[in-house]
Ligand binder design. Structure first.
Ligand code: SF4
Ligand code: SF4
Length: 379
């Protein structure tokens, strides 16, 4: 298993993580076994947004023998009222729900204390100005939560979280279909008419990834498989099916992304996801699926897929493009991006303009021209 630094938290998280929301539908002993198997395979981050006692107990028991080796994303604002999940900012509900989570997960702390699921602007404004955020700060100051995170599907809210200075990491929904969606404050409408909305990479989402990378805010990923819709050509908005390994690779090649948290019903599904770690380039190749799909609009935009290799000058074209995209988002090139770019050897200035890479790019990126512009920008 490979591990990545989760931005400014400094925590090293496994590329393949564990989203816990399907645990509730299985007998406790099966869920506990699944978590222990994940640990044996090197998975070390698990999300627990679920407020129900059963899911929390399964996670607590699954990680009990090695609590200090797990990084738990626990949510503040996910509550259990009358046997049902209720998202709340009311401390009369939030406080007991969080304390219940703390007790069931065990260890006396939560690694990543997530401000739970804010997609709407008015909810963000209310949550960030009042007793809810005071409670989050209090938990952080006491060391009960070690880092503050946020879960959201909305790039506008995520960008505000980056700017606010309090949030250290974000749980964000990432897959090739969502990346083509306009920003929405309503998750339901995101699913409703996606087939009409294929219009290239949404600039707000692209800007968010780059902002997170520039500010050292690590992203963990939810909904990487679009609820399974992308596994089937009939339900995929691209009109073509992806494999789990391809979708994992897509998520893990977005800037700032550190870990994808997949849901598992079985040990086989878990092992299928972990197989990403040893998969070859052909298996990871999501780009040819997108490019050959009846519906796609990524033309001219680099998806950092690496298809354009080899380069006679040995330039890492995908990385150069990534740093270029990062740099042009800002009025001046951020020093951190400049330093990363100059660590590349060779860099864009080595390009001889042969354009042999362009014939291999599924998205018709004018690579030689971009190399020229990149070299100028980073002079
Ligand atoms: S055009 Fe530049 S980047 Fe592309 S293969 Fe030739 S030398 Fe490499
Ligand atoms: S230039 Fe084209 S082939 Fe190369 S990484 Fe970007 S999208 Fe992929």
């Amino acid at each position: 298993m490979r591990y990545r630094k989760l931005g400014r938290t400094g925590l090293m998280v496994s590329e393949i993580g564990f989203g816990g929301e399907w645990l509730e539908r299985h007998p406790e002993e099966d869920g506990v076994r699944l978590i222990r198997r994940a640990h044996a395979l090197g998975v070390n981050i698990i999300d627990c947004w679920m407020p129900d006692p059963k899911s929390r107990d399964i996670i607590g028991k699954g990680i009990a023998e090695c609590r200090d080796q797990w990084i738990v994303q626990g949510h503040i604002g996910s509550t259990w009222q009358g046997g049902q999940y209720v998202r709340s900012r009311d401390l009369a509900q939030v406080r007991p729900a969080f304390e219940d989570q703390l007790r069931r997960i065990g260890g006396g702390y939560i690694d990543l204390g997530m401000i739970h699921y804010i997609d709407a602007q008015d909810e963000w404004d209310r949550a960030m100005n009042g007793p809810f955020i005071d409670y989050v700060r209090e938990l952080h100051e006491q060391g009960v939560i070690r880092h503050i995170g946020l879960s959201t599907h909305n790039p506008r809210i995520a960008a505000q979280a980056v700017e606010c200075g309090l949030v250290e990491m974000i749980l964000f929904s990432v897959n090739p279909a969502f990346d083509m969606k306009p920003a929405s404050e309503d998750l339901d409408s995101m699913f409703a008419d996606y087939a009409q909305s294929l219009s290239g990479i949404d600039p707000e989402r692209a800007a968010l990834y780059q902002l997170c990378e520039a500010r050292d805010i690590g992203l963990t990923v939810m909904k990487g498989f679009f609820g399974g819709r992308l596994f089937d050509a009939k339900t995929s908005p691209f009109g073509a099916a992806f494999t789990p390994v391809q979708l994992i690779h897509y998520a893990l090649t977005r800037p700032a992304v550190c870990s994808i948290l997949c849901g598992y019903d079985t040990v086989e599904q878990l092992e299928q996801a972990v197989a990403y770690e040893t998969a070859g380039d052909d298996e990871k190749d999501y780009a040819s699926v997108i490019a050959s799909a009846p519906l796609h609009a990524y033309s001219g935009q680099c998806t950092y897929c690496g298809h354009c290799k080899p380069c006679p000058m040995n330039i890492d074209i995908a990385m150069v493009n990534k740093f270029y995209d990062l740099a042009i988002q800002q009025p001046t090139v951020p020093e951190s991006v400049r330093a990363h770019y100059h660590a590349l050897s060779p860099d864009a200035s080595a390009c001889i303009g042969c354009q042999s890479c362009e014939a291999r790019c599924p998205f018709s990126v004018p690579i030689a021209e971009r190399m020229r512009r990149t070299a100028e920008l980073f002079q």
